[in-house]
Design a protein around this ligand. Sequence first.
Ligand code: BGC
Length: 495
Amino acid sequence: MTVTSTGGSGDTNLTVSAGASLTFTPDNWNTPQTVTLAAAQDSDTTAGTRTFTVASTGLTSRTVTATEADDDGGTNPVHVENPYAGATGYVNPDWSAKAAAEPGGAAVANISTAVWMDRIAAIGGSASAMSLREHMDEAVAQDAANGTAPLTIQVVIYNLPNRDCSALASNGELRIAQNGFNRYKAEYIDPIAGILDDPQYANLRIVTIIEPDSLPNLITNTDQFADCREADGPGGYRDGVRYALDKLHAITNVYTYIDAAHHAWLGWDSNFQPAVDLFYQTVAGTAAGVDSVDGFIVNTANYSALREPHFTINTMVNGTTVRQSEWVDWNYYIDEASFATALRNALIAKGFRQGLGMLIDTSRNGWGGTARPSGPSSSTNVNTFVEESRVDRRIHAGNWCNQSGAGLGERPQASPAAGFDAYVWIKPPGESDGASREIDNDQGKRFDRMCDPTYTGNELNGNNLTGALPDAPISGQWFSAQFRELLRNAYPPLS
Ligand code: BGC
């Protein structure tokens, strides 16, 4: 007998492309056969539906409804100046589910956070983590459901050989001395670029965050750390970043943002201009030169405040500059907004594009809650003044692991100020920065004592306590206690 499948009412861009008429015989009657539907390109922005009737003489016919994932009008990718402007952000279902399962977490579970490709295996996914393709397909579905707005999905590129060379908590799987650069290219960047380049994703705005902490480590940490010295040479961070930029920038709808650490890393004179020079020199060596970079991001996965509202770098206390306080320690910046602005100006002066856009990771730099000062201190002692006025409540600005007292920061938003493309949530709140004790794992992650609340520090944090929360899992894993604290201390507060 013959079974026909016929399109009925609905969007006629949806059709039967194969199997419109299928024959079943006494020999194959119980072997399933396939009907294939197709969705032709259209110029509208809605996910059309159409009913199809499956019929055969003498049998009751069945009706099915097919829904397309509309790509909002085209497969001709475009590259806009600010990929966040006018767009909605991709909600990562993996992160969203974990956030929503925490008490009060529903308030933020629909916020856009980045997808981290933190090892080769992350590309293919696992039973508990979506693959890159699954994320991209889901992004197309979210784009189809958001009306006419474009959709921005953020992917963190984070797998350089000798990764995290000055710390241990996020050491990676690749080593320069063990063919790491070739593996980075062939097994990591090439497959990622291959997926992002798929015409099915041509209408998404794909933001890539390029290798957090890497180039900054070459500025400050080659003296003390052999891994950083090696990363400063062939097949190291410069070559890796250039390769990533070349592959990713070549895809029209991909946007590249290079990580530029944060004010309490590069804000001193001795680091600031050398960093600008290194960024320039690295990017100038790519095929497209400065054009291969859309912008820079600061504060990725860090806790530095967006703005210190109660003093500026020019504040004097009883005739003494706040720069002289122990907390500021002669830095030229006290917060990320001022640092990012100055950095942007210096990068453009060096030769980067005028349109360079800055991002700030505000996922965990809120510093609200009861410990937040409500105004400037009245002390005439510069140290006391700064201690009592600053909203960043860390023990030392060099502390970076699972900081106690921190809160969610500004919610993601496009074009928050001149020169800024967006405030973004790159580090997914609730994911650990590192284990507070040795924990066995197959990701190359190690135990960094900066994540141990009992450690009394080293020269990188002025020999202070670490301020890390206890009982933390390895970096990237869900850390419920931290998520709850971030929620409690959110600033702006959650409404
Ligand atoms: C970890 C990654 C993780 C990312 C986001 C990094 O510190 O090393 O494994 O994906 O944080 O949580």
